[in-house]
Design a protein around this ligand. Sequence first.
Ligand code: SAH
Length: 399
Amino acid sequence: MAVERILSSVKPDGLVRNRIGEPCSRYKSKFMETSVTGKLNLLGLDLAAMQSFFSDLGEKPFRAGQVMQWIHHYGATDFDAMTNLSKALRLRLQETAEIRPPQVELDQQAADGTRKWLLRLSDGNCIETVFIPEADRGTLCVSSQVGCTLNCAFCATGHQGFNRNLEAHEIIGQVWAANRALGRDPKGERIITNVVMMGMGEPLLNFDNVVAAMKIMLDDMAYGLSRRRVTLSTAGMVPMLERLREECPVSLAVSLHAPNDALRNELVPLNRKYPIAELLAACKRYVEGDARRRVTIEYVMLAGVNDSVAHAQELVKVLDGVPAKVNLIPFNPFPQGRFERSDQATIDRFRDVLMRANLTTVTRKTRGDDIDAACGQLAGRIQDLTPRSQRLSRRILSA
Ligand code: SAH
């Protein structure tokens, strides 16, 4: 492994930063996880990585499962609590490794029970994670990047700029922290039943770390969620969809928001690189071979922009032959936002056109908007590296 290459990505401020869109090798990401304290943060290792860590220590692979259970089932952060490991091994782990979750900086609860945590990362940036309780499920909305490079016109996260990709331990750390804050259900039921990668950032631009974290979500040694209950939402990074299908085929949601390229180019600039036809063809391939699977098409309802009956009819046409269900999302306003939410009658009319064409359509309830926890309102507290973020965004569009 070329150490020079790793070191060349260490910026003058001493922090190792991941480069967007470029897969980082397991070794490289391990190295980055050790960069702040000199110790490897075991929180972010999936089973395979944990096994290779223990085999490097000359230990049996089953130690990996034991330690994952301590971390993710019991919330342990101290190796001394791990009583089924020998004292010698615990000491060894203390010397080389750590379990360091993000710190809860703020814990807010909305009138409807939605909860939002502002989590502080070791470099001082803060990200947001939201828990949405419903009668039959509890959904955690997880962030994948500090900010976002994509600049979708209607999204608060994009407006605030971009700083960096989250490490795997910072992604799964959100599940860990929420799990701990939510406590145990008195009847022993799961509280977090679903995870959606719909917080800050574009998950497919941080592929390796997101996949490692999702593998931990799915692992019985950790959160044991079925892959249908973990959903990744993307603005349409077409080339990564095939890899996702191969490496971690969770449920897929796609932020479409417009039925034609002219409009989508304006709302989701990434469309200029991967237009609708390519995106929907990739969606079809994603669910191919599984008759029960459907892609969720997300469509934010913007008054007078994309919400007419004609838009609905065009959407029906464009989704013809795509195994899809549609989620209509009433636009959630944020300061600097230049759009307005479609009124209820308009949303209902739009929905009816889709339903008449046999497209399953759900209007998403707006949750947690009194604490800015609704879709598109997450902004965290990030140090914007905007000139860099603009450069990256140009690079994605022109690559
Ligand atoms: N980058 C990913 C995931 C993050 S956004 C993606 O684009 O899918 C999660 C969902 O919230 C997306 O469908 C996004 O388009 C939507 N969204 C963003 N801003 C919104 C807003 N202001 N109101 C309602 N939904 C919004």
